[in-house]
Design a protein around this ligand. Sequence first.
Ligand code: ATP
Ligand code: MG
Length: 433
Amino acid sequence: MSTQHKPTTYTLNELGLSADKLDRHAVSITDRLVKAGFQAYLVGGCVRDLLLGMHPKDFDVSTNAEPEEIQALFKNCRLIGRRFRLAHIHFGRHVIEVATFRGPHIKHDKNDSHAHKDGRLLRDNVYGTLEEDAWRRDFTVNALYLDPKKKTVIDYVGGIEDHQNRVLRLMGDPTTRFKEDPVRLIRAVRFKAKLNFQIDAHTAEPMQRMAPLLKDIPAARLYDEILKLFLNTQASQVFEMLRQYDLFKALFPQTELCLQKAESDSPLLLIKQAMENTEARLKNQQHVTPYFLLATLLWEPVRRLSEQNRSSFSSDTQAIHAAANEVVAHQVSRIAIPKRMTTPMREVWALQPRFHKQVGVRCLRFLEHPRFRAAYDFMLLRSQYGEVDPAIADWWTHLQTLAPAEQKLMTRPSQFKHKKSRKKKPKPSASDR
Ligand code: ATP
Ligand code: MG
């Protein structure tokens, strides 16, 4: 990777940026560091997003001060991470991350404990200069440094030009950079969707081929990445791109296999619909929970397996429980979905057969179940794609609109029999039962 280039410096004015869009806490941190004789800049996603007129999610600071030096300057500072030490500066609930410039890992030890034998970087904790820090970042548009004091942006890597052309370009040789950290593969997809940029052809070329490298990423790290991938207003586009680059297969192998084997588009459409619903909720500032989306992503493998093994169990619920155990165990070895997510996922799945019992007090008790609402939403999604008779979905929708006395009437055995004899219900499909 090249070093010792002259950077191009732009004024905020010529980039159409206004200093009053900067986070005042982040600016106060850079001010204090500079007063103490250090270099300090706003860097990464915040500069990139400001250039697009977007409101940055968070402001990160990059400096040549080392963690202990940062800590000595700020009372409200906590150092985190053992190998990769970062300073977190707290302003109430607001946290600004301050990182010391990092350099290339080969600088200090050439043959070396920092890289895995297949080129993956295991550590990234060697301090460096501003320029070295720029080159070890991922995409050029993520390697821009904003100096709030001088009101300039420093660009070593051609990031402004790429930004203006809406291009995501990995610095250096893409194959080497993806090998160093395969998470960059999913970051490329996420930023493409978030920013509506193109992935530069040279960067995109090895992506599909390198997708299997994601298998080596620790499952815990992948969980955080997955949330960032799907909990946003471009979730369905992200999902499509992940499939296009074979990244989805590396992340959710059981689901991908089922999608490939499916006789119809329904399982795929169900997932896409769930993604679109997430997008719509986020656009309306409604709450979204990751477990619901994860439940839809893993439902097809659970459904298939439970159907396959149904004869070994005494009920549909038991068959679903057993299938869920197997599918979840397999999935968490790839992506460490925490128990607080897998527990409600399992509940939502295992509650599905209860929608087929439209009679008796159990039915009314079901309405009170803490997971009823999520299970109901999940059932509605299934009914849209032919897994549940729409009449059953309507029945439950209607039941919820009634007063308790009417609900009792509607779920009385006689009422049910009467209704049944009047109008024969279509037989539920195998997956219904
Ligand atoms: P957003 O916050 O919108 O997700 P971001 O660019 O700020 O986007 P972060 O994950 O917060 O993303 O990372 C901050 C910066 O750290 C990035 O802009 C990039 O410069 C650098 N960075 C993050 N992850 C990597 C990586 N895997 N390889 C190289 N550089 C990275
Ligand atoms: Mg960020």
